[in-house]
Design a protein around this ligand. Structure first.
Ligand code: F6P
Length: 339
């Protein structure tokens, strides 16, 4: 009987449990395989913290946010002894295939482990939708829906007070959530890390709009845009800046330049919590099931991906090749509705 290991690493994302469920049920039903859940991401893999997953373990988890396996930001090559302790856990549990559900950093580690001898299949995960090689990542649709609902609500309160509201959303280096959320919510401007902005132009656009008789403006800001002034930020486990709050720097500048009271809402982890949308549940389930297929076929060093509505396997290296930015054509359409 073949054994498939599975772990979730990095930041969580709605749909992780749907992937786990898809993988477990497909592996058990279709291939009579065994699935071993590795707890708390790479940490559990280094420390041998595992448990067998059966049908009962995945009962009722499809719609549940978070991850039943837990996650961490520990990395074997940064916080451990590289491949050695990982290899020990894989060997001790007879794991033939290791399914790694994670974002770009996790997938890069997964690729390195695969090259070192672990037989890895990647499942791309992030609300940021910025992984190369796949049209969409699960969790993104849920995040966009949350942003859209927030903009709808913020618009009516902004209008009651003739205010400008800055809505800050996640997006470390790429502005997918900001662009989709802003488009769906009818935002008056969208600032994303990929495209430099001119704050005077943003202010001029708001002034023009209010002169035309409109009495609210909503500006969507991705957390990773260039701040007006560099400040020292806290670091995460990998030494990356802990983002969040750039809108607070921009608000007084916009208020000064426009003369309109400018308030800030930072959506933060609200965008990552709770139940996934139907789209994300279906996508995550299909990715999990396809990962079980690839494990059974021995197609390691690959990543499951969505391409033109089909689930396919692409080289894991492709998923790690670059961080995928917003399609300029999409941003161009969004700009049509600015102001
Ligand atoms: O990678 C997804 C993401 O949501 C980023 O957009 C954000 O900067 C980061 O996670 C924050 O994660 P945490 O606060 O859990 O470290």
């Amino acid at each position: 009987m073949s054994v498939v290991g599975v772990l979730t690493a990095g930041g969580d994302c709605p749909g992780l449990n749907a992937v786990i469920r898809g993988l477990v049920l497909r592996a058990l039903e279709e291939y009579d395989a065994e699935v071993v859940g590795i707890l708390n991401g790479w940490e559990g893999l280094m420390e041998g913290d595992v448990r067998l997953l059966d049908r009962r373990d995945v009962d009722g988890i499809l719609a549940k946010g978070g991850t039943i396996l837990g996650t961490s930001r520990k990395d074997p090559y940064v916080h451990g002894d590289g491949y050695s302790s990982v290899a020990r856990t894989l060997k001790r549990n007879d794991i033939d295939s290791l399914v790694v559900i994670g974002g770009d950093g996790t997938l890069r580690t997964a690729l390195r482990l695969d090259e070192d001898g672990a037989r890895v299949i990647g499942v791309p995960k992030t609300i940021d939708n910025d992984i190369n090689g796949t049209d969409f990542t699960f969790g993104f649709d849920t995040a966009v829906q949350i942003v859209t609902d927030a903009i709808d609500r913020l618009t009516t309160t902004a209008e009651a007070h003739n205010r400008v509201i800055l809505v800050e959303v996640m997006g470390r280096t790429k502005g997918w959530i900001a662009t989709y959320g802003g488009l769906a919510g009818g935002a008056q401007a969208i600032l994303i890390p990929e495209i430099p902005y001119d704050i005077d132009e943003v202010a001029a656009l708001i002034r023009r709009r209010h002169r035309r008789g409109k009495n609210y403006s909503v500006v969507v800001i991705a957390e990773g845009i260039e701040p007006p002034e560099k400040v020292e930020l806290e670091k995460d486990a990998f030494g990356f800046d802990r983002l969040g709050g750039v809108a607070y720097q921009l608000a007084p500048v916009i208020e000064d330049l426009t003369g309109y009271e400018t308030r800030v809402t930072v959506l933060g982890h609200l965008q990552r919590g709770g139940t996934p949308t139907a789209f994300d549940r279906v996508l995550a389930t299909r990715l999990g099931a396809h990962a079980a297929d690839l494990a059974a076929e021995g197609r390691h060093g690959t990543m499951v991906a969505m391409r033109r509505a089909q689930i396919v396997a692409v080289p894991l290296a492709e998923g790690c090749a670059e961080i995928r930015g917003v399609d300029p054509e999409l941003y161009d359409v969004a700009q049509t509705f600015f102001g």
